[in-house]
Each structure stands twice: as C-alpha cells, then as structure tokens.
Design a protein around this ligand. Structure first.
Ligand code: APR
Length: 308
C-alpha cells in the first residue's frame, strides 16, 4: 500500500474500511466536505432527494426549482424567495451524530477544516470552531440590504420570514416608500399582482434585506477562497459526507486533491461523477458510528449509546 501511495497511483477497489480507519488514526489534517445529507436525520430535508426541498417548491411553477435561490430573480422579485424562506429557516441548537463526529475529529486534533454547503449553522451548535469551519454557501447568521449593503444579525428578519413578508432596510425604507407608496405593495411579500404604483425602473428588491446565504449567481464567501488552496495541499485525507456534489465550485474540491491523498465518500446514494477510493453508502450517522467504533472512539452525542 505504501509503495502504491508513494507512486501517486490512485488507490481503487482494494482500499477497504480497515485502510480508512487506519488512516483516520494517523491523519492530522482531515478535510471534511459536507452537504445537506448530514442534517436529514434531524428532519431537515436535503435538496435533490425525492422528498427533498426542491420537490416541495414545485408548486411555485418555476422552470427550475433552484431559481428560488437565483440572485437575478431575487433582485427582480424577492417575494419568490420569501414565499419559501420559512421552509429553510435553520432550527435552534440541534445537531446530528455526524455533526458530533466532525467535532470529535476536531477534539482529536485531526480536523483541518469542515467545508460545509449547509446554511443551517448546525456545525457551530455541535462545537465546530469558527476557524475550522467554512460555510461555503453562507448562512442565516447575518442579513444584508440589497441596496445599501447594511448588515445586521440574521435573526432580526426571522419574524418577517415566518410571516412571509419582505424584510425592509430601515435606511432605505423611506426611499422605497416613494417608489412603492402603498404600504401593502411595499411590505406584502407574497402579493405578486403587478401594482400600478410600481416604478418600472426600480426593482422590487429595492431596500429589501436578504439573508447572507449564497445564491446561484453570487460569489462564495471570501473565506472559502482564502483557505481552500492552502487546505488542498495540506490535507492528508478527504471525507465527503451527505452531498450529491452537484454544485461548483465546492464539487470541484474532489478533483483538486492530490492523487496520493485518499478520498472517501460517506453518502446514502452513490456519487458517480466523482472518483473515490472508498464509497461507504448508507446513513451517515450509522457509517460514522461504525467507523468510530472501529477506531475505538466515542462520538460526543446523546444518541451515541443507541448508535454503537
Ligand atoms: N446519510 C447520508 N447521505 C444522505 C442522508 C443521510 N442521512 N440524507 C441524504 N443523503 C445524501 C443524498 O443521497 C444526496 O446524495 O445527501 C445528498 C444530498 O444531496 P443534495 O440534496 O443535492 O444536497 P447538497 O449536495 O448539499 O446540495 C449542494 O445545492 O441547492 C444547492 O446551495 C444548495 O448547498 C446546496 C447545494
């Protein structure tokens, strides 16, 4: 194995769970790439599975359900997003055994970084430190005005989101009232009837606050670009968990890792468009429990007793 590893030949079918657990025990710089699948055991839907979030917004009649997160569409008509935003609001202070598995790697000094595509911020609740976490698609932690870019705590707009109203920037509010003189037009997030007052040249998003989650067409947080290059060269093990790897640039990380670094997939469904040395297909909480047990480690989660 060491000879093969040193000749940069990709390990293929003979990389086993035992090789993986042996590597886990010696690794010091594990890069963990996660997606919505690590939160589904908490009842939070993923995006593309048959019961996923995108199947639940079909009623909006959009050409592509991903358009609910399209920046251009949001700027033209933010009510489309605010029709469904309540469905993706992060829950409070819960996390899965898999989130705790990542925290455990951190506690053992093995976690280089967790690149998460999730916007639910649950990694932080599980105790993953901010410097060990890159929220590639942002989070609800803050919200910003689409006009003056003033930023505020994201929780301040949760009430508007729950009531499906457009959260408005206090600094742009007066100006917006000039463009949309009737309160209902200005405030009503779900009313999509064209209003006689709407000034055609002013987008409906004027003075509307948007959670700092990364929309399609929007740049990823600068932290992603600051850390990924260095981490790619430093990591000695890549583990992808609970993601279909359908969205770039995060999905490209798998192809950027040096060939001699083992790449492991822990996922319910196969990911055929990416190459892994080992595919552990199943529910990630269960796979994490199996792997932890083989390493004689305990996952710091209240469900650990029933999982092992
Ligand atoms: N255990 C393991 N894998 C799971 C589990 C689970 N309990 N539940 C779901 N999965 C797997 C599914 O098989 C699927 O391959 O997780 C993957 C989730 O894939 P997606 O729904 O596409 O979610 P994700 O990969 O995170 O999407 C990436 O797309 O829409 C954008 O910004 C959004 O961050 C999101 C990005």
């Amino acid at each position: 194995i060491n000879k093969v590893l040193s000749t940069r030949v990709r390990l293929t079918s003979f990389y086993t769970v035992d090789h993986f657990t042996e590597r886990l025990k010696t690794a010091k710089n594990i890069l963990v790439l996660t997606g919505a699948g690590v939160s589904t055991s908490l009842g939070i839907p993923d995006f593309r599975s048959s019961q996923g979030f995108y199947s639940r917004v079909k009623h909006l009649g959009l050409d592509d359900p991903q358009d609910v997160f399209n920046l251009d569409i949001f700027m033209q008509d933010p009510s489309i997003f605010y029709n469904i935003a309540h469905m993706v609001l992060p829950p409070d202070n819960i996390y899965s055994p898999l989130h705790s598995f990542i925290k455990m790697l951190q506690d053992k000094g093995k976690l280089l970084r967790n690149y998460t595509q999730n916007i639910d911020n649950l990694e932080s609740y599980a105790g993953v430190d901010a410097d060990k976490l890159v929220q590639c698609h942002g989070s609800f932690a803050t919200a910003s005005c689409t006009t003056c870019h003033w930023q505020m705590p994201g929780s301040h707009i949760f009430e508007n989101i729950r009531k499906m109203e457009l959260p408005l920037c206090p600094y742009c509010y007066q100006k917006r009232r000039e463009y949309f003189p009737t309160v209902t037009d200005a405030n009503r997030g779900v009313d999509r009837r064209p209003s006689p007052y709407i000034n055609a040249t002013v987008p409906k998003s004027y003075g509307v606050l948007k959670p700092d989650i990364t929309f399609f067409g929007e740049a990823l947080p600068s932290k992603f670009h600051k850390t990924i290059r260095k981490d790619i060269t430093k990591c000695d093990l890549l583990i992808c968990i609970g993601t279909s790897l359908k969205v770039a640039p995060v999905s490209e990380i798998v192809n950027m890792i040096p060939a001699h670094v083992p790449q492991i997939l822990i996922n319910r469904d196969p990911v055929n468009h990416a190459e892994f040395d080992l595919n552990l297909l199943g529910y990630c909480d269960d796979v994490a429990a199996l792997v932890a047990q083989k390493c004689d480690w305990d996952i710091p989660h209240k469900k650990w007793a029933e999982l092992k």
